[in-house]
Design a binder for this molecule. Structure first.
Ligand SMILES: *Cc1c(COP(=O)(O)O)cnc(C)c1O
Length: 449
C-alpha cells in the first residue's frame, strides 16, 4: 500500500473517542492523547519507520497506557489570586530554596556529618541556629508539619495528664486536623475552659490541678470571633502558668516571621511574651517547604528532641535544605520580601498589580477582557479577615459559559486555574508570574478563537 493510502486509513479521532475502552477517560484527556497518538503514527508512516497502521484497538491500548503514564503531579498556573492555596501546594519556594533542595537531592551533603571533627553531626544544627537568631528563642526543632509539631509537643508534655484550653480555641483546620482529636491522640485529656466567645484568666486558674501538664493556646488562624468576645493575652497566661510551674504551648498556625498586613502575630512576639513552646507551619506565611517548626525554651525543647516520636516525624534533607535557604533570606527582611514568592505576593502594592493587569490585558486585545479591582484572601487558613486589594483580568466568553472556559483552561498543556465569578473567568495577577503572560494569552486565544 502506498503511504497516502496508509495515511488515509489512520482511525478518525471521533471514531476512537466512541470506543468503549476509552469511556473511563475524561473527554479532554482522551482527545489530547488520541490526537497525539495519531500524529505520531502519521509521522512514523511519513518517515518510513512504520509500514502498517495500528488497528483501532491498538490505538486505544496506546492511549490508555499513556493516560496511566501522564504525570499526576503537574505544574499548574495559579490565577486564583490566593497565594497559599492549599489545593495548589501552598507556598512556592524561592529560587534559592529550590536550588538548595535540588543540590541536596542530587549529591551527598554534610547532612549529619561534622566537617570539623569528621564525626557525626546533627541534621538540625544549621536550621536551629537560624531559627534562634530570627525568633529570639533559646532552642528550635523542625518536624514534618505543624500538625506533627503539635502532636509531638502534646505527646511529650501532656502525656497522661490534662491540657487546659479555651473553648474559643478548639480549632478545626481543613483536612480533619481538630485540636480535641489531636489532644486525644496524644494520650492526654483536654480541659476546656471559658465560653466560645469569652475566656477569662480566672477560668484557667480554676482549672489547674495536680494533673495539669500544660496550658495550650491555639491561634484561631482561620476564623475570628468578633463582637462581645475576649481571650486571655499570652503574657497573662504565661505569668499564671509559670507561677504554677507549667509550660505554655502555643500553636501559632501560620507563624509569620515578619509583620504582615492583617496584623498576624509574629513568632518573635510569642517568644518575647514568654511562650515555652511555639509551633508553626513552614509552608504558610513563612513561604518555605512543608514543615512544622517548634521554637522555645531549652528546658522544654531538649526532651522533645530525644522523644521517640521525633524520629518518626523527622524531615528529610530536601526540606531541610529548602527551609535553611528560606530562613537565610529572612536575615534581611527586604531580601525576604523580594525573594520569597509568598511574601512578595502578600505585600505587592496594588499599583504594581494594576500595571501587570494592563500588560496582560494588552496581550488579550480583541478578546472580551477587562481589568477589574478585586479583594483576595491569603489562603492556607491564614489572615481570615484580611482582604488584600488587587487586580484581575476578567474574561466574559461570548460563545461558551465561564465554567466551560475554566474547564478548557484546566485541560491546557500547563493547566490554568482561574476564578469563576458572575459568568466571568478572573485571572488574578497576584499569583501569576510575568514570564507566563505570553503562554496565558496564547492559550486563552486558542480556546476562544
Ligand atoms: C495550619 C494549622 C495547623 C496545621 O499545620 P500544617 O503545617 O498544615 O500541619 C495547625 N494549627 C493551626 C492553628 C493552623 O493554622
Amino acid at each position: 500500500m502506498d503511504t497516502n493510502m496508509l495515511l488515509k486509513s489512520i482511525p478518525k479521532i471521533d471514531d476512537l473517542l466512541r470506543r468503549p475502552e476509552l469511556a473511563s477517560l475524561s473527554p479532554t484527556v482522551a482527545v489530547d492523547l488520541a490526537r497525539q497518538t495519531a500524529k505520531e503514527v502519521r509521522e512514523g508512516l511519513l518517515s518510513g519507520e512504520l509500514q502498517t497502521v495500528p488497528s483501532e484497538a491498538d490505538f486505544c491500548r496506546t492511549i490508555l497506557m499513556r493516560a496511566e503514564d501522564r504525570p499526576r503531579l503537574r505544574e499548574v498556573l495559579n490565577a486564583t489570586g490566593v497565594p497559599l492555596h492549599t489545593n495548589l501546594g501552598r507556598a512556592c519556594l524561592s529560587e534559592s530554596a529550590a536550588q538548595a533542595a535540588w543540590d541536596a537531592a542530587r549529591r551527598y551533603s554534610n547532612l549529619e556529618y561534622d566537617l570539623d571533627t569528621g564525626g557525626r553531626g546533627s541534621r538540625h544544627s544549621r536550621v536551629e541556629a537560624l531559627l534562634r537568631t530570627l525568633t529570639g528563642a533559646e532552642s528550635a526543632l523542625v518536624v514534618n508539619n505543624n500538625a506533627a509539631a503539635v502532636l509531638l509537643a502534646l505527646s511529650a508534655i501532656g502525656n497522661g495528664g490534662e491540657v487546659v484550653i479555651s473553648r474559643g480555641e478548639l480549632v478545626e483546620i481543613g483536612g480533619s486536623f481538630r485540636i480535641p482529636e489531636i489532644v486525644a491522640q496524644c494520650g492526654c485529656r483536654l480541659r476546656e475552659v471559658g465560653a466560645t466567645n469569652k475566656t477569662h484568666l480566672r477560668d484557667y486558674r480554676d482549672a489547674i490541678q495536680p494533673e495539669t501538664r500544660a496550658l495550650l493556646k491555639v491561634h484561631t488562624s482561620n476564623y475570628r470571633i468578633v463582637g462581645f468576645s475576649g481571650s486571655v493575652s499570652l503574657s497573662d497566661l504565661v505569668e499564671l502558668a509559670h507561677e504554677r510551674g507549667l509550660p505554655v504551648i502555643e500553636d501559632l498556625g501560620s507563624g509569620c516571621l515578619l509583620p504582615l498586613p492583617g496584623g498576624e502575630p509574629t513568632v518573635e512576639e510569642s517568644v518575647k511574651y514568654g511562650a515555652d513552646i511555639v509551633t508553626f507551619s513552614g509552608d504558610k506565611l513563612l513561604g518555605g517547604p512543608q514543615a512544622g517548626i517548634l521554637v522555645g525554651r531549652v528546658q522544654w525543647l531538649e526532651p522533645l528532641k530525644r522523644h521517640p516520636l521525633t524520629r518518626a516525624l523527622r524531615v528529610d534533607k530536601l526540606t531541610l535544605a529548602a527551609l535553611e535557604a528560606t530562613l537565610e533570606a529572612y536575615r534581611d527582611p527586604r531580601r525576604a520580601a523580594d525573594e520569597i514568592p509568598a511574601l512578595r505576593m502578600l505585600t505587592v502594592p496594588p499599583d504594581t498589580l494594576r500595571r501587570r493587569a494592563e500588560a496582560l490585558a494588552e496581550l488579550l486585545a480583541g478578546l472580551p477582557a477587562e481589568i477589574v479591582e478585586t479583594e483576595e484572601p491569603a489562603g492556607g487558613g491564614s489572615l481570615p479577615d484580611t482582604a488584600l486589594p488587587g487586580f484581575a483580568v476578567a474574561i466574559a466568553p461570548a460563545a461558551c459559559s465561564a465554567a466551560e472556559l475554566a474547564r478548557s483552561l484546566r485541560a491546557a498543556e500547563r493547566p490554568i486555574i482561574v476564578h469563576v465569578q458572575r459568568e466571568r473567568c478572573l485571572l488574578h495577577l497576584r499569583t501569576l508570574w510575568d514570564e507566563d503572560f505570553a503562554y496565558l494569552a496564547r492559550t486563552i486565544r486558542g480556546v476562544l478563537l
